[in-house]
Design a protein around this ligand. Structure first.
Ligand code: SF4
Ligand code: SF4
Length: 259
């Protein structure tokens, strides 16, 4: 599953060449980031978390967040599927009212109504997705990252039903022919497999921050160790008002939104 056969690889190569002439600015940036191969000691944390500074997101990027989404999806071989019923997403945006369903009310401040919020897997402290997986294809690491072993996924979708955040996608079809460009350094998936954000575990291993953090030109995404009192994430949490999604459910999300 993780390796492509020669014929598929050549076909992708051809598609890539065809696509080179029409790269947008964000796509060029995503290309560059893929090529900047990090080679430092692994980043080690006790409890990884992300803070998304929504003011920075909205100020400069108008909340479209195209750079970080594109960089993530290209690096992780996430296919482009237009049909929303079959699309595969690791990171994307949704309006405030959808992201914070429990906060929905008539008198929400105008500045926030309908505003796009970046969403991804929350790498929950108590992930229901991992609890219900019958094959342990989803599991939680010591450093808090909720990982997937695609080879163990049998496509039962129990994890999708259990995740209250819609953070998981199912491959209704073979995603490989739908990749705009193959990243040969990251595994591809196949039909019938679930996938989601992995907090860029492969990059942490190589001493680099998650790609979305690096790709965001506004510096709106901050990643760090919650157990380290001097980390940037802890500094922001001390000084800014932050929200998490559906805290009342007790899953313990580790993605924070600074408003
Ligand atoms: S956000 Fe969903 S997929 Fe991610 S760890 Fe929490 S329950 Fe699991
Ligand atoms: S942490 Fe990595 S996998 Fe997760 S959304 Fe960001 S770039 Fe994608």
């Amino acid at each position: 599953m993780s390796k492509m056969d020669r014929r598929s690889f050549l076909r992708f190569g051809g598609l890539c060449v065809l696509g080179l002439g029409v790269l947008s600015g964000a796509e060029v940036l995503a290309e560059k980031q893929l090529k900047a191969a990090p080679a430092s000691p692994a980043l080690v944390g006790k409890k990884w978390a992300m803070v998304i500074d929504m003011k920075k997101c909205w100020e400069a990027g108008k909340g479209e967040c195209r750079d970080c989404i594109l960089a993530c999806h290209r690096a992780h071989n996430v296919p482009d599927i237009a049909n929303p019923k079959e699309e595969v997403k690791w990171i994307w945006t949704e309006p405030y009212e959808e992201v914070f369903l429990d906060q929905k009310q008539e008198y929400t401040a105008e500045g926030i109504q309908g505003k796009p919020f970046l969403v991804l897997c929350n790498h929950c402290d108590n992930p229901p997705c991992a609890r219900v997986c019958p094959t342990k294809a989803t599991f939680k690491r010591e450093d808090g990252i909720v990982m997937m072993d695609y080879h163990r996924c049998i496509g039962c979708r129990f994890c999708m039903a259990a995740c209250p955040f819609g953070a998981r996608s199912f491959n209704f079809r073979d995603p490989r022919p739908l990749l705009p460009k193959l990243n040969p350094d990251f595994p591809t998936r196949e039909m019938g497999v679930v996938e989601k954000c992995n907090f860029c575990a492969e990059r942490l291993e190589a001493g680099a921050l998650p790609l979305c953090v690096e790709a965001c030109r506004q510096g709106a995404l901050v990643f760090g160790d919650l157990e380290d009192g001097n980390s940037e994430v802890r500094t922001i949490l001390r000084s800014r008002f932050t929200m998490r999604r559906r805290p009342e459910l007790g899953t313990g999300p580790n993605v924070y939104y600074a408003i």
